[in-house]
Design a protein around this ligand. Structure first.
Ligand SMILES: Nc1ncnc2c1ncn2[C@@H]1O[C@H](COP(=O)(O)OP(=O)(O)OP(=O)(O)O)[C@@H](O)[C@H]1O
Ligand SMILES: [Mg+2]
Length: 335
């Protein structure tokens, strides 16, 4: 849990990741997809920051950009005191052990021609000087830690179930004792019956190893369970960020309100009280976002100013951030 002494392990400022669009015979650049368009947030040491939003809003791109799996368009990224936003790929190598990623699809992210042992050992080969026997012992310990039988080290990923494959991916991510892990929809591809087991494993590991997570998901009920704070993304921008309870009890941004209204209420006596907000229209293209507030084309509370002026992202009350013209930034003395 967060307290006064929490300090950021990860700081992201005005991060942009634009992908060029090429067209025609000459593959001329005709525009850009603004997948992530100016996001700022901190991830505190030991916390889980949930990152939610509809498909295509830029969650995965944001997670990958923070780990510098892309050369970013602009912005600052500080992880464990190191500014890596503009660092050349070759020079990122020494930072790699600190930051790892767990992917959505364990099937696709594990090499089918490598044994489980080889898969988990690979980062150790690359980044450590351990002897072969030390590495084998470390792999066995990692398999224990994620609840895999160490007897199965010589088997291939295909011999495992989806949930077990995700455990292999987690063991591999843990091999170099990282501090920060981006979990990109780590349970979305799994059967509902085993989702909880993998979530519990991630929570147990976090507690034992003091890990910090950026947890990407479109499952708001799951994020409510696992996250310390939650950031809501829409069309490449964070529209709201708040401690979990505050966000779920009293969402500020109209988009957050709409998203939460669509979450099924497990208690039938409360379900009837809840009003479902149905958003009109589709998410605009990130290649051509609307002027002003990018939610203005679908917002139930839209005002004139929203169509011309982009709302500033600011701290509305301690720990609560939003970008919406319904909330005035009273700290702003510029006007
Ligand atoms: N390598 C790429 N080149 C061009 N466009 C891309 C690339 N990767 C992502 N995009 C675009 O960026 C936008 C954001 O995609 P992203 O995968 O980050 O969304 P997401 O929130 O993770 O969605 P989902 O919930 O479906 O996983 C989309 O419009 C997508 O088409
Ligand atoms: Mg994604």
């Amino acid at each position: 849990m967060l307290d006064q002494t929490s300090k950021p392990l990860v700081s992201v400022r005005d991060l942009k990741m634009h992908f060029p669009i090429h067209a025609g015979l000459l593959r001329r650049r005709v525009g850009v997809v603004k997948a992530v368009d100016g996001v700022s947030f901190d991830v505190m040491e030991g916390e889980t920051l949930g990152l939610v939003g509809e498909s295509g809003c830029g969650k995965s791109t944001c997670g990958r950009a923070v780990l510098r799996l892309y050369d970013i368009t602009s912005g600052e990224i500080t992880i464990d005191g190191e500014e890596i936003g503009q660092r050349a790929q070759g020079k990122l190598r020494e930072m790699r052990p600190t930051m790892q990623m767990v992917f959505q699809d364990p099937q696709a992210s594990l090499n089918p021609r490598m044994t489980v042992e080889a898969i988990i050992k690979e980062p150790l080969d690359e980044h450590t000087k351990l002897s072969e026997s030390e590495k084998r012992e470390k792999v066995a310990e990692l398999m224990d830690a994620v609840g895999l039988n160490r007897q199965f080290a010589k088997r291939y990923p295909q011999a495992f179930s989806g949930g077990q494959r995700q455990r292999i991916g987690i063991a591999r991510a843990l091999a170099l004792n990282p501090k920060f892990i981006v979990c990109d929809e780590p349970i979305a591809a799994l059967d509902v019956s085993i989702q909880a087991q993998v979530v519990n494993l991630l929570e147990d590991l976090q507690e034992q190893l003091g890990l910090t997570y950026l947890f990407i998901s479109h499952d708001l009920s799951m994020v409510r369970h696992i996250a310390t704070r939650v950031a809501v993304m829409y069309l490449g921008k964070i529209v709201e960020l708040a401690p979990r309870e505050a966000l779920y009890d009293e969402p500020l941004h109209p988009y957050t309100k709409a998203l939460l209204s669509a979450v099924p209420e497990p208690d039938p006596s409360l379900a009837t009280k809840k009003e479902r907000i149905v958003l009109k229209g589709d998410v605009p293209s990130p290649a051509n976002p609307p002027a002003g507030c990018n939610f203005c084309t679908r917002c139930p509370s839209v005002m004139d100013i929203c169509k011309t002026q982009e709302p500033e992202y600011f701290e509305v009350s301690p720990g609560r951030f939003t970008a919406c013209h319904l909330y005035q930034n009273t700290n702003d003395t510029a006007e």
